[in-house]
Design a protein around this ligand. Structure first.
Ligand SMILES: Cc1cc2nc3c(=O)[nH]c(=O)nc-3n(C[C@H](O)[C@H](O)[C@H](O)COP(=O)(O)OP(=O)(O)OC[C@H]3O[C@@H](n4cnc5c(N)ncnc54)[C@H](O)[C@@H]3O)c2cc1C
Length: 418
């Protein structure tokens, strides 16, 4: 097994590694362990998934269990990736409502950290869950249904790996649909910020990419339903030019691995992520941070970062700006908040990134930033945890199902300490 996360910035030192392929095996492993951590596709950048003793990979828990066409739902094992699942769904004429930038991440890991894509109407991926099946610390099974037990469900859907081993998830489906993706280049930063909400609502899912250099916002990616109007006129009107060939978010990188652009419609699973599923990034030469802020602060926050960009642009590969609709999960950064995500893909130099994060956070501090659970930040863990009004309810849920903190590692203990 790989003993690092995907980015290679976190080393895992398990004493006891397992890759079970059935719920029963997970039950047996968990019940016998005193400390256990389950890991998905290892795409988190911090120690949230680091083990202290028994380390369980969900990689062999990757089956589609059953599809219910009447309800519009699918039960999957939690280790399946969105790419693997989407291929099955597409062949059945079905799809997920939204996806993240990369289809290579596991459903269980994405739900744990409130992973998201973009779109004013699109909630984070945890919100696609309709029911959850956990193996609890004593080895018993807990099934929680969103409609039958809404309070408990919202307390444990964004679970941070702290409730139990998630073995199966029921996800909501929609009929298969198509998306056409086009990219627009080089709009003036101030024009983009002045028209920010209009731009971000130009399609089903919109992302802005910038390297925070000069007065330019580099790219606007519009992913629209074929029935949605073309964004060309509006974007040309504010000075953006439509890319005539495929581009990568970082302009001088070969776009071969990006999903098709140039306004050519294709299945949603092959357009909503920025990167193709059949390209397999085995590791990454990057680090990531992201701050989720309430949408009313969006323009001010971007202007504030722009004023300080020369302090951090040299450490940056690319930055992405997206919108995420509010949800109800206690530990979701989008709980009751329509948010905008400001994401930073940093060069892989933790020493420099660690030094620059406090500045980025101080610039954003007046805009109620919440860091992405799976990425890197400098804020005090306790400060992050306490920014969640649902924290004490979440802690009560953990106490009920994992009283001996079997699923907690130092990262989570620091987060939850009183
Ligand atoms: C290249 C890249 C692109 C990304 N793009 C996006 C994006 O577009 N949007 C976004 O929001 N984030 C994005 N991320 C972040 C990523 O989605 C999250 O870190 C997510 O948690 C990764 O899923 P994973 O399966 O790799 O989780 P892991 O890193 O394996 O685990 C994350 C956490 O979940 C827990 N966990 C995982 N599976 C289980 C389980 N079955 N039972 C119990 N606990 C479990 C782990 O213990 C850990 O605490 C990206 C990351 C990378 C590297």
């Amino acid at each position: 097994m790989a003993n690092t996360n995907w980015a290679g910035n976190i080393e895992y030192f398990p004493t006891d590694f397992h890759q079970p392929s059935s719920t029963e095996e997970v039950q047996d492993l968990v019940s016998r362990a005193t400390s256990v951590k389950v890991i998905g596709t290892r795409h988190s950048f911090n120690h949230i998934g680091s083990p202290t003793e028994v380390f369980i990979s969900s990689r062999n828990l990757s089956r589609v269990v059953s599809i219910d066409r009447i309800e519009g739902s699918v039960w999957v094992q939690a280790g399946i990736t969105y790419g693997e699942l989407s291929l099955v769904l597409d062949s059945e004429g079905l799809a997920l409502k939204n996806m993240a930038s990369l289809p290579h991440i596991s459903v269980g890991g994405a739900i744990a950290t409130a992973t998201h894509g973009s779109g004013f109407q699109n909630q984070c991926l945890s919100s696609q869950a309709l029911a959850l099946k956990f193996v609890l610390a004593d080895g018993s099974l807990l099934e929680v249904d969103k409609h039958a037990d809404p309070e408990l469900f919202q307390a444990c859907v964004v679970h941070l790996g702290a409730i139990g081993a998630l073995v199966e998830v029921k996800l909501a489906l929609v009929p298969r649909f198509e998306i056409a993706q086009s990219v627009f280049l080089n709009v003036k930063f101030e024009s983009a910020v002045n028209q920010l909400m209009e731009i971000l609502s130009l399609g089903y899912s919109v992302s802005l990419f910038t390297q925070w250099k000069g007065d330019c916002l580099d790219q606007i990616w519009v992913k629209r339903l074929p029935s949605e109007p073309s964004p060309d006129r509006f974007l040309n009107g504010i000075g953006a030019s439509k890319a005539q060939q495929k581009v990568h978010p970082i302009l001088d990188v070969d776009p071969v691995n990006c999903t098709d652009q140039l306004d050519i419609p294709g299945p949603s699973f092959d357009r909503l992520p920025h990167f193709k599923f059949d390209f397999t990034p085995s590791h990454g030469e990057e680090l990531q941070s992201e701050y989720l802020i309430p949408q009313p602060y969006a323009q001010d926050a971007l202007r504030a970062l722009h004023a300080h960009q020369s302090a951090f642009d040299k450490h940056l590969l690319i930055s992405e700006i997206r919108t995420i609709a509010a949800d109800s999960a206690l530990m979701s950064p989008f709980c009751a908040v329509d948010a905008m995500g400001i994401h930073f893909t940093w060069k892989k130099d933790w020493h420099s990134v660690k030094a620059i994060l406090p500045l980025v956070e101080s610039v954003l501090s007046q805009y109620q930033p919440k860091p992405h659970w799976g990425k890197l930040w400098a804020m005090k863990p306790k400060q992050v945890a306490q920014s969640y009004p649902g924290l004490s309810e979440f802690k009560k849920t953990i106490q009920k199902y994992d009283p001996n903190k079997k699923f907690q590692n130092p990262f989570l203990k620091e987060l939850f300490e009183d």
